[in-house]
Design a protein around this ligand. Structure first.
Ligand SMILES: *Cc1c(COP(=O)(O)O)cnc(C)c1O
Length: 374
């Protein structure tokens, strides 16, 4: 028995739609740290436990790797030679990396100018064909479905059910780490695949059925040995400028600094409503200002650097704690979906500028003197 972790398909093989002959394409994704926030609860004077599942530490820097290992593995099993996706950035980064690993072609459609620099560099570096469109993510998603109708392309967006199957494993890891489900699970909602996948995972973990899982029969209900008995309340946060779940209708011109959730026509619309309703949860919204403030706060107080879309789970949580819909004594897990290094421009724009001084000891000492804690 060795302890070399080789990715989530090998780890959770009995709960995923794979067979012994499935050729697994993996970069050892998953197994991300669940980090307890030790300073933030004190700072906001709330008696709660907050644990961050830092998905930014996946191989390409976001949770998209969990879904992509499954989607590309199943594409290869079916004999595909090319995959395609529309993306706000992280899906294309993951698709490009896993396609490179599998030795197949990858086409990505991204909205012109609205993709964070780190993500674009990943898609380019891994050798995918990057197609910028004069349109937004929703236009890209529609076009991907149109071209895949006639061309031999395997779609790896989350309309591909294998994506959600891979992504559900986050809930297994959390239940194993805690020995139970948290009281609340909070996360960003864009295309809404992730909240649906979390709910499928938690439901399987406790052996309960959910409308969100179209193919529950593929996975044996996860026997936790009595670890978990109840599922968490699911809370989804959207940026105010891209909040179809808050408006109760699709949004045609989504706008937010959190480009990963700049989506107005979420594909997993029904599944996400089922997750919210079955769990007794809710959706809430945050402004771009609140999102950026939370990103900085988390980086400053906990040493965790997530991207803006991920920070909405902290921004929203602070709001829901403030208005006491999440009460004292609660245990909350929040998914930090992607790494802050993905979007260096946004990080630099909101941080204080470096000092520029002469290369002398006096100049350095002057800056230290001004900035030393009193
Ligand atoms: C994809 C993504 C989201 C949104 O997830 P959905 O499944 O589309 O709701 C949030 N944050 C980051 C960093 C992402 O890459």
């Amino acid at each position: 028995m060795t302890h070399h972790y080789t990715g989530l398909i090998n780890r959770y093989r009995d709960r995923l739609p794979v067979s012994a002959n499935t050729p697994v394409v993996s970069l050892n994704e998953g197994n991300t740290p669940l980090i307890e926030l030790v300073n933030l609860p004190k700072k906001i004077k709330k008696d709660v436990r907050i644990l961050a599942k830092f998905e930014g530490l996946n191989p390409t820097g976001s949770f998209k790797d969990r879904g992509m290992t499954m989607a590309v593995t199943k594409a290869i099993e079916a004999g595909a030679r090319a995959i395609i996706c529309a993306s706000t950035g992280n899906t294309s980064a993951a698709a490009a990396a896993y396609a490179a690993r599998a030795g197949i072609a990858c086409f990505v459609l991204i909205p012109e100018g609205k993709i964070a620099l780190g993500k674009l560099s990943q898609a380019m570096m891994h050798g995918s064909v990057v197609i910028q469109i004069r349109g937004n993510f929703d236009d890209g998603m529609r076009l991907v479905q149109e071209v895949a109708r006639t061309l031999p392309l395997n779609i790896v967006n989350s309309i591909n059910p294998y994506r959600l199957q891979g992504q559900k494993t986050i809930a297994f890891e959390i239940v194993e780490a805690l020995g139970e489900c948290p009281d609340y699970h909070v996360l960003p909602v864009g295309n809404a695949g992730n909240i649906s996948a979390h709910w499928i995972g938690y439901s399987e973990a406790v052996g309960l059925k959910t409308e969100s899982c179209p193919n529950l029969e593929v996975a044996a209900p996860y026997k936790t040995g009595g670890l978990a008995t109840k599922r968490p309340i699911m809370v989804g946060y959207q940026a105010s400028g891209a909040a179809p779940f808050l408006r109760g209708a699709m949004v045609d011109q989504p706008e937010t600094v959190a480009t990963a959730i700049r989506i107005g026509h979420p594909v997993s619309w029904k599944l996400a409503w089922a997750a919210k309703n079955e769990s007794g949860g809710w959706f809430n919204e945050c402004s771009d200002e609140e999102i950026l403030r939370a990103q900085k706060l988390l980086a400053d107080t906990e040493g965790i650097f997530c991207e803006p879309a991920s920070a909405i789970s902290i921004a929203g949580l602070l709001k829901d704690l403030e208005r006491s819909v999440i009460g004292e004594g609660s245990m909350i897990v929040c998914t930090l979906t992607g790494h802050g290094l993905k979007d260096p421009d946004t990080a630099i724009a909101q941080s204080s500028k470096p000092f520029l001084v002469d290369a002398t000891r006096t100049a350095i000492e002057a800056v230290i003197g001004e900035n030393m804690p009193k």
